[in-house]
Every structure is written in C-alpha cells, then in structure tokens.
Design a protein around this ligand. Structure first.
Ligand code: TRP
Length: 425
C-alpha cells in the first residue's frame, strides 16, 4: 500500500505558545516519525497577510515558528518543511481552483460569516465592510496548499474543519470537470489536545490573551505559571484535581506522575506548591529545546537554508504536478496538441493491457488452485491402489498357500484310501 500524506500549515502571525506545542507541533512531529506517513509541514505566510498588516510582526513570527519546529526536534530529512511563499505553484493553483469554486460556497465560510455578522450587529450598511478578497478567498488558498501535495490527512483544530471540507468540495468539482488529479483530504481533529487550558482556564489561545509562550525565559515562565487562576482553598484543604494546573501537568508528565500529582491535590497540596511543581516540570522539559531555539534564533541563516532545502524538495512534487493541472484545464504549449481525450485513450490502453495481464495471472492462479486438490486426490488414489495391490498379492499368496495345503491334505487322504483299498483287494 502506498504511503498516506499528512499535511498541515501554521499561519505566521503569532509567537508559539504551549497550546500550539501540545496541540499541533508535537503531534505533527510524532506523525513525521511514523514511517507509514509522508509529511508536509509549512509556514502559511501568505495566510498571515489576511489577518495581519504589520510587516515586522509577520516576519518575526515566521522566524519564531520556523525556529520552534526545528528546536522541538523536527527531522527535516523525514518531513518536508517549507514556506508557502517559496512554492509559487501553490498561488497559481489557487487561481485555477478559484475558477472551480462557487461564490456561494465561500459565502458560507465561518470566518467570512463572522465578519458579516459583526458588521450587521454594529449596524453597518455595508455588511462586507472591512472584508478583503484575501479573507473571502482564504479557503481557496488553503485548498491549494492541501491539494497541491495530494494530502490525505490534515491535522487541524476544530475551527479549520470546514475549510478541509471546502477543499474536498473544490477537489471533487475539479476531478469531475477535468481529470481526477486531486486526492480528497480528510481533517483529523484530536479532541484531547483541543482542550489545553490557558492562564484563565479557558482554551489557550491568542485571542483570549491567556497564553504561555513556549520559549520565554525560566523567570517569565515561573511568573506566568504563578498567574494561573485557581480557587481560594488554603494549603491542607483537599482540592478538585480537575483543575488547570493538573491539566497542564498531565500534558507533560507520565501517567504515573500524573496519578501521584492527582493524589496530592486530593491530599491538599497548596496552590503555590503545585505551581512550583508545574513550573519545574515544564521548565525541565523545555530547557533543551529552549537552548536550541536560542541558538537557531541567533543563526537564522541556518534556518533559512533548511527552509530553502525544504522548498526545493516540495517543488520536486509541485512543479510537475502543476503541469498536469495546467494541461488538464487547457493551459498548454501551443505545440502540445494532445487532448485530454487522446491522453485518456493512451491511458485506457495502458490500463487495459495491465488489466489483461493481471486477469491472466489471476486465472492461472485460480486454475492452479483448482488443480492442486485434484492432483492431491490422484496421488492419494495411486497410493491406495498400490496398497490394494499389495493387499491383493498378500491375500493371493495366502489363498495359494491354503489351496496347496488343502490339495496336500486331499492327496494324503486319497493316498491313504488307495492304500486301504489296495489292502482290501
Ligand atoms: N488556516 C490554518 C490556520 O489558521 C493554517 C493553514 C493554512 C492550514 N493552510 C493550511 C492548515 C493547510 C492545514 C492545511 O490554522
């Protein structure tokens, strides 16, 4: 079976936080270690322009996110790691897909609808106020990211599921109208990692301003953990183990360690002590990657080189694949006069030859399978015949011996009678 392709993108607008790490980066890196999967991870920097018009922030976020993935141990020999903007074929595909995407489908996209709803609530006359074409066509660019690499599995947060469904829709329409070039992708949502709590106990998210940056200094990390909201129970009072500290602890610690911590909450560990433990645990876990992160951030040439290599690898696929897409829709060299139909005929012929060969091989095997038990039966019958013959020979010999004996006996009796008779005479 051929390998499945996993693909995901990260919009480069923020500084990576612990929720990103646990919810996206770590599971993706784990997937890239699975030899049954091909993985593509990329920095969605064109997507960043939709949300963010601060050039410095986009540039900084791109550096930080690239360095983060590498510092956390992404092996770029195993995964293809690149910048969306280094693959011009994606933007080109995005246009071709736009021409297959109904506007009505985009009208239903959550992000666009949210903007319209906000305008309606604010009483604006223009419901599209502040909506750019970038925001409106966001799902098409995302479909191009995915369809370009014929990805099967797209690990995303819940808010992105609709976009993957739209990518399927668009792919289906293209496949139907032209050639079936695109793989239909499927979203994969990990429920558990959707629930990483932030400082205030709600889901950790940039938009709630409750995040813990992944690579702050130890001091900053300690300060932030001390800000985590708890109840007012005093040290010694039993505490509900279903709390933010425990939840975060569990994300890093082993089963056994988590269980021990849970017990300590029940036994009344003070919030301050629990925060210290949590800080120490996370700090120890992140020390190695933090050192590497700082190294990479002070040698961005290395990161740039890695991304360039990743783009080269990605383009080994995207360049020839886009050629096929262009051909399928009729964008061709003037001297290329093969039609899709002609190509289809060639393909059909190849396919049917292959099918015939496969069918013949199948038939040969089926005949062999039917013959084999018959051959076995023949062998068995021959064995039985030989055994029967031996038995016949044995019995014949016995009969002969008996006959001989009987004849002998009769002869003896006859001799006796003759003797007696001659005596009488
Ligand atoms: N829109 C995604 C987000 O904000 C990022 C993204 C862009 C993406 N292209 C993608 C995710 C393709 C998965 C696949 O999280």
């Amino acid at each position: 079976m051929s390998k499945k392709t996993v693909l995901t993108g990260i919009t480069t607008t923020g500084t990576p936080h612990i929720g990103n790490y646990l919810g996206a980066v770590k599971p993706a890196i784990d997937a890239s270690e699975n030899p049954a999967l091909d993985s593509y991870f990329f920095l969605a920097d064109f997507h960043a322009l939709i949300k963010c018009q601060e050039p410095e922030r986009v540039a900084r976020s791109t550096r930080e996110i690239a360095a983060t993935w590498l510092a956390l141990g992404l092996d770029t020999d195993k995964a293809t790691f690149y910048r969306q903007t280094d693959i011009p074929e994606i933007t080109e595909l995005s246009w071709i897909l736009s021409c297959q995407t109904s506007k009505g489908l985009m009208n239903r996209a959550h992000a666009y609808k949210a903007a319209v709803d906000a305008n309606r609530e604010a009483g604006k006359d223009d419901l599209d106020d502040g909506v750019t074409m970038g925001l409106f066509s966001y799902p098409v660019l995302m479909a191009a990211d995915i369809l370009m690499f014929q990805a099967d599995i797209i690990p995303v947060g819940k808010d992105q599921v609709q976009h993957i469904e739209m990518a399927r829709d668009i792919a289906g329409r293209f496949n139907h109208n032209f050639e079936p070039l695109f793989t239909l992708p499927e979203a994969k949502v990990d429920e558990e990692t959707q629930l990483i709590p932030g400082l205030d106990g709600r889901k950790m998210s940039k938009s709630y301003n409750n995040t813990i940056p992944l690579f702050s200094t130890s001091d900053e990390l300690r300060k932030l953990i001390n800000q985590i909201v708890t109840d007012t129970r005093a040290p010694g009072e039993p505490k509900d183990p279903n709390n933010t500290l425990m939840h975060l602890y569990r994300c890093f610690a082993s089963e056994a360690e988590s269980e021990r911590m849970r017990q300590r909450f029940l036994e009344g560990i003070g919030w301050g002590d629990a925060k210290t433990e949590l800080f120490e645990y996370i700090d120890a876990h992140l020390t190695g990657p933090r050192v590497r992160y700082n190294e990479l951030m002070s040698d961005l040439g290395e990161v740039e080189a890695i991304l360039n290599k990743g783009a080269e690898r990605a383009r080994e696929h995207s360049v020839p694949f886009l050629d096929k897409v262009r051909h399928a829709v009729g964008i061709r060299s003037l001297t290329d006069t093969t039609t899709a139909r002609q190509q289809d005929v060639v393909k059909e012929k190849e396919k049917s030859e292959e099918e015939i060969a496969r069918a013949e091989e199948g038939r040969r095997r089926a005949i062999l399978m039917q013959i084999r038990p018959l051959l076995d039966q023949v062998d068995q019958a021959a064995d039985k015949a030989a055994a029967a013959q031996a038995l016949v020979a044995e019995k014949t010999a016995e009969v002969e011996a008996l006959k001989k004996k009987a004849r002998q006996k009769a002869q003896n009796e006859l001799d006796l009678l003759i003797e007696e008779l001659s005596a009488l005479l």
